[in-house]
Design a binder for this molecule. Structure first.
Ligand code: ATP
Length: 449
């Protein structure tokens, strides 16, 4: 078997992402801006595929509806949700190095002085008392910049769902239990962003709030835990790299009945990629109190009125994408023969098929054009005619294209093409008329290794 190495250093992925057009540093020509990233042509395709995978998994169900709420919301929303008061991190400043650190994460921080040390660990360090810093970005709505015009960039998408609970339930004529799903940007003025797109100040969330009758909440919680881990597996993440972490009493939010994180083993260690929470009736109760509008549900069958409990599943799109890239990244072989390959699930790969003519000869190009047009009708496909076939394979390996189709002179004679599989590197001759079905079949049988 070819020796295979996994990703051990995030910098290798940052570099591949930049070179191949997945992810670029934001505003790079100006020197970049703290942990903001731009998705390039392949990154945006991968991200859309992840969002599509999530959206379908959620809204193909009869019991989940979609919404797309605005980023700017009434400021009272954030008082009701507890974010104005409680969405804070404790911060300390160092008067010597002028660094600012999270007081609860000092052991993971390093100061700007050389050689870099843990803040507070040397005699030189002069740390201030911890003070609370609110993570919400503030801005002003309209031309006046006074306290009456303050609005926040939402730090989570969930509140756009809670405030629309009644609208959605009535217009979609849903009965409890049912859920509302949303994908959208969220903003947090994180103190310690970093590790590529793992923690950024602007990111996308895919959240679903499932409204249930109190008393049935733990049963639904267990169902959603399973459904969500299955989704990560369906994206090709290996089971051995996924685990649940249960929040203990000190981690649990005061309103939460239960919380589990789905964790992935990144090169930086096991980290959360998704949170699954039993939020009780906290959010609807608070919005009812702060808005003065009833958020209760009336059950026609039993004639009961109650505030539903909420099971929340909340996954960062960028973080899920980072896990997908980390999991797929391999270096196989050694020396001259080594290849970097992204073993992405075909479902998520930006291109499913690449088509190459062996040479740039008119008769070959004519057949190649036909095959390429056929591929494009059925899959997201790309075309490459430059460099040796070996180089072209390597380029596709690095961007995760699962199947390469080469058109040569033998094929002109008998109507066949060569299909080369990214993962096994095996090649097979297939009739051009059977190619679509052949690739579809391969894609549906693909398994993570
Ligand atoms: P963390 O402990 O990593 O800060 P959290 O517990 O605050 O995360 P939640 O508020 O539960 O996260 O958000 C749900 C999901 O949103 C997380 O599991 C993660 O995937 C994503 N997420 C949260 N903060 C960020 C961020 N700053 N950058 C990228 N993704 C994020």
């Amino acid at each position: 078997m070819t020796p295979s190495k996994e990703l051990t250093n995030m910098a290798d992925l940052v570099s591949l992402s930049k070179q191949r057009g997945f992810i670029f540093p934001s505003s790079e020509i100006y020197g970049g801006i703290g942990s903001c990233w731009d998705y390039g042509p392949l990154g945006v395709a991968l991200k859309l595929n992840i969002k599509d995978s999530w959206w379908r998994a959620m809204t193909d169900r009869d019991d989940v509806e979609g919404v797309d709420a605005s980023i700017l919301m009434h400021p009272r929303v954030w008082e009701a949700s507890g974010h104005v008061e409680g969405f804070v991190d404790p911060l300390v400043d160092c008067k010597t190095c002028k660094g600012r650190f999270r007081a609860d994460k000092l052991e993971h921080a390093s100061c700007g002085k050389k050689p870099s040390k843990n803040p507070g660990k040397t005699e030189e360090c002069q740390l201030t008392e911890a003070r609370n810093f609110n993570l919400m970005f503030k801005t002003n709505m309209g031309p006046l910049e006074d306290s009456s015009s303050i609005v926040y960039l939402r730090p989570e998408t969930a509140q756009g769902i809670f405030v629309n609970f009644d609208n959605v339930q009535k217009t979609a004529r849903q009965k409890i239990p049912f859920g509302i799903a949303q994908i959208g940007k969220a903003f947090r003025n994180e103190i310690t962003p970093g590790n590529f797109i793992f923690r950024t100040r602007e990111f996308e969330q895919m959240e679903m709030q499932f409204f249930v009758k109190p008393g049935t909440d733990m049963e639904w919680f267990e169902k959603w835990k399973q459904t969500r881990i299955d989704w990560h597996l369906s994206n090709g993440l290996r089971r051995s790299k996924l685990r649940f972490h249960q929040h203990g009493p000190t981690e649990l939010a005061h309103y939460a009945r239960a919380a589990f994180d789905v964790e992935y083993e990144f090169p930086i260690g096991w980290q959360e990629i998704e949170g699954i929470h039993n939020r009780s009736d906290f959010d609807l109760r608070r919005h009812q109190e702060f808005s003065g509008k009833k958020c209760e549900y009336f059950d026609e069958a039993s004639k009961e009125k109650y505030l539903p409990f909420v099971i929340e599943t909340s996954v960062g799109c960028d973080r899920a994408l980072l896990a997908v890239l980390c999991d797929a990244y391999r270096i196989e072989g050694e020396g001259e023969e080594a290849r970097t390959v992204l073993k992405l699930s075909p479902k998520l790969a930006p291109y499913k098929v690449a088509v190459f003519p062996l040479m740039k000869k008119p008769d070959l190009l004519e057949f190649t054009d036909k095959v390429y047009a056929d591929m494009k009708k059925n899959f997201r496909a790309t075309y490459d005619e430059s460099g040796s076939i070996g180089k072209r394979y390597r380029r596709q390996d690095e961007i995760g294209t699962p199947y390469c189709v080469t058109i040569d002179y033998d094929g002109l004679a008998d109507g066949t093409v060569t299909v080369r599989e990214r993962d096994s590197m095996t090649q097979e001759r297939v009739s051009a008329t059977q190619l679509v079905a052949y690739i579809q079949n391969k894609m549906s049988g693909w398994k993570a290794e």
